[in-house]
Write a protein that binds this ligand. Structure first.
Ligand code: AMP
Length: 588
């Protein structure tokens, strides 16, 4: 390879991280100064009257907390091609499209070299810690990564999802080479225009390089589970391709065909060996280590909305460790997983104090049931003053606020995190949930996590019939009086009516929030409705998001489908095969 390649120095990366996390307060003041100095001529900052001050106190005093909606007019002007310094000193030339899972529509977010640089920093940091515990050899990674379709904004700026902006960069390719994490598949597969064809070829390339694969990865764990669910149906076709050395006719995109055909040589021995291994498996349990015996672990974001896929991922992974990837967003990175031995259920993310300036709004405990009954307003969270990175307390929950080098100042990301401890003096965060993903009708407030726990409880009943929940979401139906929760489940097969009735009651009883239980008892909320949808419904939802410009790499099933997700709701409702109403709190 003629390209200049920086050698990766694992120990140096760890030392730097250890050093910076010993004095996170200093790192925070420095990064804030850098952000404010480099962008001091930006219109947005100019009008806030900082007058050259860069200290945290003045920053807090002059700069308001904002949401994406507040910054949208500025971002829109950038996207429309205004070349003045609007949010940043240096002109923004690229836009990222965030998945917008919770809002129902993708959002524009500024992207620049600083975000690229911080992405490489976080990738290298977590890799250094991971590799110290689970060293990989020279080889490749079977990575289920996909790009979005590139677009141009009205003003001619390039637009992609943030992951695509990263994958396309030279920095990403160099970093992946340096940490021996290069993707098995050629670029044509990653950047192919058809997700299903790319997935097929990722699997095929993974099998061709079966003995070189050191780990299996994706951005969000959903993509790995999705890939192996697909593998269960197409493995014989993949074997035929390998046996004959001819790519299946299902791959029609010329660039993908050419690139993958070059790698494919007739290999009947490999085809027979794959076939034998697959046929020897029971229900695809441990398929990953069986086919990739040199893989050391599975890597991808496994927390938050990815938790429901862990059981299936473990099923495919067998004894291979599951390691959650880092915590960030299109808006910027926050923390790295530096404790790779922790299982995904208890993984924490150590904040990189030099990657952005972070503040935390404490979230007050929910009120007790009696207080709730007396509460007239459904707004049960009282907004407290944000605190700095070094002021957070273990065990407390916070809404996270980001200030970055790409034009976001005191930006409410919308995530709730919990401080689980400290790495040196920087907080280790646990992802809790999206703040606005709540089921709420009356004085009830159920989060994404509450929904997940309810579905987990119901899944146990479903498992009695040897079935599993493929995916799920929820909706608040206010067209009935009183309103009620609707839970949509896609199952792996047909469950009996008796089990589904029990599931429905179980879901209703699993929402333990005092506001919900109280409201159900006094019939201020109607019986929960369980709607079973046809197989493939959630794939249709993903396809629909991809059509709107989202990338499969960043796809997250929306766990609460509101009015802004009208298209998704339409897909769900038109695919319902049967519905049940709970009798848990007495009949309707
Ligand atoms: P996007 O900008 O579309 O990539 O979505 C970013 C959002 O994904 C974040 O705001 C989080 O809600 C979620 N997310 C990202 N990383 C993690 C993680 N490690 N654990 C849980 N949720 C995450």
């Amino acid at each position: 390879m003629s390209q200049k390649m920086e050698k990766f120095n694992q120990e140096r990366v760890i030392e730097e991280f250890e050093s910076i996390t010993k004095e996170p307060g200093r790192a925070q003041r420095e990064i804030l100064r850098k952000i404010l100095e480099e962008n001091s001529n930006a219109e947005y900052l100019q009008k806030l009257g900082l007058g050259g001050r860069t200290d945290p106190e003045s920053f807090k005093e002059c700069v308001p907390l904002v949401t994406h909606a507040d910054l949208d007019p500025y971002i829109q002007r950038i996207a429309d091609g205004e070349t003045k310094p609007i949010l940043t000193g240096k002109c923004i030339t690229t836009i990222s499209l965030s998945s917008g899972t919770t809002q129902g529509k993708p959002k524009f977010v500024p992207f620049n070299d600083e975000l690229k640089r911080s992405t490489m920093q976080i990738f290298q940091t977590s890799f250094a810690f991971r590799n110290r515990e689970f060293p990989i050899g020279n080889g490749k990674a079977l990575q289920f990564i996909y790009s979005s379709k590139q677009f141009k904004t009205n003003g001619g700026l390039i637009g992609n999802t943030a992951t695509t902006n990263i994958y396309r960069s030279e920095e990403f390719k160099n970093t992946m080479r340096a940490i021996h994490s290069q993707c098995c598949s050629p670029d044509e597969v990653i950047f192919g225009p058809d997700f299903n064809q790319s997935l097929y070829c990722h699997l095929l390339c993974g099998l061709i390089y079966w003995d070189e694969v050191q780990f299996i990865a994706s951005t969000f764990a959903h993509s790995i589970v999705y890939a192996f669910r697909t593998f269960e149906h197409i493995w014989e076709e993949l074997c035929t391709d390998i046996r004959e050395g001819v790519l299946s006719s299902r791959v029609t995109v010329p660039s993908i065909r050419t690139a993958v055909s070059e790698l494919l040589k007739p290999n009947p021995e490999l085809a027979d060996s794959i076939s034998k291994r697959c046929l020897g498996l029971t229900n695809w349990c441990s398929v990953i280590p069986e086919l990739w015996p040199n893989a050391k672990y599975i890597y991808g974001i496994m927390t938050g909305s990815m938790e429901p896929y862990l059981m299936k991922l473990r099923h495919y992974a067998g004894s291979l460790p599951l390691m959650s990837a880092d915590y960030g967003s299109s808006e910027g990175w926050i923390g790295a997983n530096v404790n790779p031995r922790l299982p995904p259920e208890s993984v924490t993310y150590a904040v990189l104090p030099d990657i952005g300036y972070f503040e935390f709004i404490p979230i007050r405990e929910k009120l007790e049931e009696q207080q709730l009954v007396n509460t007239l307003s459904a707004n049960l969270y009282t907004e407290l003053e944000p605190v700095g990175l070094t002021e957070v307390k273990v065990g407390e929950e916070y809404e996270i606020i980001i200030t970055n080098l790409a034009g976001l100042y005191r930006y409410r990301l919308g995530d709730v995190v919990k401080v689980a401890g400290f790495h040196n003096s920087t907080p280790e965060l646990q992802f809790v949930c999206r703040k606005n993903l709540v089921l709420n009708i009356n004085i009830d407030k159920n989060t994404e996590k509450d929904l997940q726990l309810a579905v987990e409880a119901a899944s146990k009943l479903i498992a009695d019939e040897k079935l599993e929940v493929i995916d799920f979401t929820s909706h608040v139906d206010l067209t009935t009086d009183p309103g009620h929760y609707v839970i949509f489940l896609e199952l792996s097969g047909e469950a009996s009516e008796e089990i589904l009735r029990r599931c429905c009651n179980c879901l209703d009883q699993s929402f333990l929030d005092a506001g919900y239980v109280g409201s159900r008892k006094v019939k201020a909320i109607g019986p929960l409705e369980l709607s079973v949808v046809q197989r493939g419904t959630f794939q249709k939802i993903m396809d629909n998001s991809v059509k709107q410009g989202a990338a499969v790499s960043q796809f997250k099933t929306p766990r609460c489908v509101g009015a802004s997700h009208s298209m998704i709701l339409q897909i769900l409702v038109s695919n319902v095969v049967e519905s049940y109403f709970s009798t848990a709190f007495g009949c309707t």
